[in-house]
Design a protein around this ligand. Structure first.
Ligand code: NAD
Length: 396
């Protein structure tokens, strides 16, 4: 089977789905890799390096789409001249980050092309799926980069310094949401010498925060039922968030940097830092809002923009992992390869719908949107009409 890796369709996307170092895993799974020339260039992987690892290159995007049995892409197959959606073939397999809960219309379009599409954001967070966990990989990169952005923008230094010119007090960083990204932001800020505190609604996180040398801020809110069985935070309602804003405002005002990462999967991010709280921060402070793309944790965040309000710099980055494309691609490529190792058996795609890793990520198949979560968002009936032999082995 041929795995095709097209160049990404948006200019702002610098990551690539396969890096030379993981090609050996694909070859071992009896897969041949066909890469569009230059696809890895922006991530720091030149064509020659792919060739040395046994990858075939083509400058002809049309040929890539017509030859590949499986297409791997970071940001999905876009529409328009640079996209490739019109080049897709019925029965072709697409594995990508498809933003199924944020942009379900794109899944409907893919289904209409007759492809079998997997959205890796929907992987169940079970131990077996950890090597494929794209969300954890990208959250790690984003948390690290958020800490660097904040440090770079702040008018202060992070560590305490005792110098002949006096003592420099350490910068204070407050991290809201201590999941994968938040914990990485804490660890990175600590390494740079900041005094770090953090808050999360999931009580289990306290120990993890403290193990990184940060202080867990106790807000006295009842969060005993804040966690789903899958380990994610539940939506807690506007009244809870209003109260959280109030009790957190003093910590926000006292911080030089606030990094927010609070998210509810598939939902708009809760607003946790109000305009009033920003106004009370010292001029020169910095807010980096990692939830910018899903509405923002700060009331004043503008997605994709950095601007100043009340003297405070508010950063609302989009696609932060793409800003560290080399390692982000390396991690993603390992995740993609692990997913394919599970999907492809003896050189053929095996669509085992009893496997939650396959079933939960499968969003489009045989012309239908098949993911119940995506169908709900599109206002469709809960399950797709039965067709053919879904649930049985598919070989192509
Ligand atoms: P996420 O990106 O959905 O959310 C980020 C964080 O924001 C979470 O910790 C969440 O609790 C927090 N949050 C939500 N609302 C908040 C609020 N009002 N105030 C403060 N914080 C709030 O989550 P994530 O980082 O992807 O992961 C969440 C959990 O899943 C973590 O415990 C992580 O360790 C776990 N996880 C498990 C696996 C696995 O395979 N078992 C893999 C990855 C992650």
């Amino acid at each position: 089977m041929i795995v095709g890796v097209p160049a990404e369709s948006t200019e702002s996307e610098r990551r690539v789905a396969v890096v030379p170092g993981v090609v050996k895993f694909l070859i071992k799974a009896k897969l041949e890799v066909l890469l569009e020339s230059g696809a890895g260039q922006a991530a720091g992987f030149p064509d020659t390096e792919y060739e040395q690892h046994g990858v075939r290159l083509t400058a002809d995007r049309g040929q890539l789409f017509s030859t590949a049995d499986i297409l791997l892409s970071v940001g999905g197959i876009g529409s328009g001249a640079d996209g490739g959606r019109d080049l897709l073939r019925k029965g072709q397999v697409v594995v990508a980050l498809l933003n199924p809960l944020g942009a379900p219309e794109g899944i409907r379009e893919l289904a209409s092309k007759g492809v079998t599409a997997f959205a890796l954001e929907l992987l169940p967070r079970i131990t077996r799926a950890q090597p494929m966990d794209v969300l954890s990989s990208m959250a790690t990169v984003a948390g690290y980069k958020a800490a660097l952005l904040a440090a770079d923008m702040l008018q202060k230094m992070y560590p305490m310094m005792i110098t002949a010119a006096g003592t420099i007090t350490p910068a204070r960083v407050f991290v809201i949401g201590a999941g994968v990204a938040g914990l990485q932001a804490i660890a990175t800020s600590r390494r740079m010498g900041a005094v770090v505190s953090a808050y999360d609604v999931r009580p289990a996180v306290k120990e993890q925060v403290e193990s990184l040398g940060a202080k867990f801020v106790e807000l006295g809110l009842d969060t005993s039922s804040s966690e789903t069985t899958g380990g994610y935070a539940k939506a807690l309602g506007e009244e809870f968030y209003r109260r959280q804003q109030e009790v957190m405002a003093a910590t926000v005002a006292d911080s030089d940097v606030v990094i927010t990462t609070a998210a509810i999967p598939g939902k708009k991010a809760p607003v946790l830092v109000s305009k009033d709280a920003v106004e009370k921060m010292r001029p020169g402070s910095v807010i980096v809002d990692l939830a910018a793309e899903t509405g923002g944790n700060c009331e004043l965040t503008r997605a994709g923009e950095t601007y100043e309000a009340y003297g405070v710099s508010i950063v609302g980055p989009r696609n932060l992992p793409s800003a560290i494309p080399y390692h982000a691609s390396q991690m993603l490529a390992r995740n993609f390869a692990a997913f394919l190792q599970n999907l492809v058996k003896e050189g053929a795609v095996k669509l085992n719908r009893d496997d939650p890793v396959i079933n939960d990520t499968l969003v489009a198949h045989e012309g239908e949107v098949v993911s119940p979560r995506v169908r709900e968002l599109l206002g469709m009936a809960a399950s797709a009409p039965a067709r053919g032999a879904a649930g049985q082995e598919k070989r192509s």
